[in-house]
Design a protein around this ligand. Structure first.
Ligand code: ZN
Length: 460
């Protein structure tokens, strides 16, 4: 039983929706929702007082099991390596991993995300079937394992069971090494129904047609017609040029064009890897209110290409960030490279900004919060009454932050070195990271190490 006295935090500086505010008392209830955000307050003797408090970031795109591959695919072969050669390696892990290993790896990943400042994740979950391609007795077995990992770590989650029916445009049947992903609309509806009882303040359930390669437009329409209208819908859209070319060849349209021609795309949609867009597609996407899911470090790692961020900002498009394959678990690194990619591409500086927000760090953090929260379909990403009490306390004693005016905090954090400045992390009002350490790190990391040892012992 928590007392009301422990359900508050006093911030000398807190990042509120309207900007940094001084002397803010943040209060929350037993359900983990903020009940009061009072600026210009006076600290009570019993309250912990912090210098810099800001909303935790949303990681809007994750395939948690891919954490097992991070660092394992960075050795060259005879010919040029590509996304597609990486994908073959990824499939090997996907084929072997057990539900228990999935859970252990996801729990480790989520503690890493929390320690670096993510307090929510959207899990694009497509490993549904057993190794032999059969369904588990509980059709939502593996999704439940990932939800259990989220619960153990304390991170908020939007679970997105993935519809995955074909290997490529033209209804090409799935390959044998894609058998664990195989689902039709009916499978996904059963999973969705099975997971409904898991919903609470920390958990939302949405859906994810994998891509237009893997799912026909008609299947998406049928699936969405059978689901509640407000749930998040995520899709991989235009990650690779080869995918765009194949789509053009098979349908006469580019992927975003095809999506908009066949679906009612609006604010509940998140278009992940909207990398290769025509100018018309970019305008259409921005105007729709959908969120662009940008995964800079993974897109960089896989050689996908550059998202046209300046044009998208000019069109007032919404976006958020995801760590996707988990070559990085840091929102700061994700956003820094989003900006640096554009600087390198354009030979300019300070690209991600607008007349309302000239500081690049502030612009990126705030836009990614709003876009991420929208994509998650949960009331997160803002310090305001009613929203989840998901808060980061930065290390005010760190040389980079000591005596720093609050307005310079995000620029400094984002563009100065690699020390992790996140000291404490609250999710739904629970302190899950204290002094940089997750509360259950030892047990979670031991289970992760055991799972990785099992996976590495498998014959290649
Ligand atoms: Zn993905």
């Amino acid at each position: 039983m928590t007392t009301s006295a422990t359900n508050s935090l006093f911030a000398h500086n807190a990042l509120l929706p309207q900007g940094w505010a001084r002397d803010v008392r943040l209060s929350w209830d037993a359900q983990g929702n903020l009940t009061g955000v009072e600026a210009g307050a006076s600290a009570m003797a019993y309250e912990s007082q912090e210098n810099f408090v800001l909303p935790g970031m949303v990681n809007l795109h994750s395939h948690s099991f891919q954490r097992a591959l991070a660092g394992m695919t960075e050795t060259g072969g005879e010919g040029p390596d590509s996304f597609w050669t990486w994908r073959d390696l990824m499939y090997r892990t996907a084929l072997n991993i057990t539900p228990g290993q999935m859970q252990a790896i996801a729990a480790q990943l989520y503690t890493e995300c929390l320690r670096h400042g993510y307090t929510s994740v959207c899990e694009f979950h497509y490993l549904h079937r057993a190794q032999d391609g059969s369904l588990y007795a509980d059709i939502a077995e593996t999704a439940r394992r990932v939800l259990a990992a989220a619960q153990a770590s304390g991170i908020g989650i939007t679970m997105l069971p993935v519809l995955y029916s074909h290997a490529d445009f033209g209804d090409i049947p799935l390959r044998h090494d894609q058998r664990r992903f195989a689902t039709d609309g009916e499978n996904i509806l059963r999973m969705f129904a099975a997971l409904e009882s898991e919903r609470n303040g920390q958990v939302e359930i949405g859906v994810a047609p994998h891509s237009l390669r893997a799912v026909r437009p008609q299947q998406i329409r049928e699936l969405l017609a059978a689901l509640p209208v407000r749930r998040p819908v995520h899709i991989h859209i235009a990650e690779q040029q080869r995918e765009v070319d194949a789509c053009l060849q098979m349908t006469g349209k580019r992927p975003v064009e095809l999506l908009f021609d066949t679906q009612e795309v609006g604010a509940r949609w998140c278009l992940v890897h909207a990398t290769h867009l025509s100018a018309a597609e970019l305008q259409m996407m921005a105007a729709s209110g959908a969120v662009a899911g940008i995964c800079t470090t993974t897109e960089g790692n896989l050689g996908d290409g550059f998202f046209d961020l300046p044009a998208y900002i000019a069109a007032r498009g919404r976006f958020g960030i995801g760590s996707d394959s988990h070559v990085s678990q840091s929102p700061v690194e994700e956003l820094r490279w989003l900006e640096y990619g554009q600087r390198l591409r354009m030979q300019q500086r300070n690209v991600a900004q607008a007349s309302s927000r000239r500081r690049v760090g502030d612009f990126l953090w705030n836009e990614a919060l709003a876009g991420g929260a929208q994509a998650a379909g949960r009331d997160v990403g803002r310090l305001a009454a009613g929203a989840r009490a998901d808060m980061l306390v930065l290390d005010g004693q760190h040389p980079n932050l000591a005596e720093l005016p609050a307005v310079d905090v995000l620029n400094t954090w984002m563009f100065t070195g690699n020390d992790n400045l996140v000291r404490d992390v609250y999710v739904g009002g629970n302190k899950v990271v204290e002094n940089g350490r997750h509360k259950d790190q030892a047990a979670i990391s031991a289970a992760y190490a055991a799972a990785m040892a099992e996976l590495r012992a498998l014959p290649t």
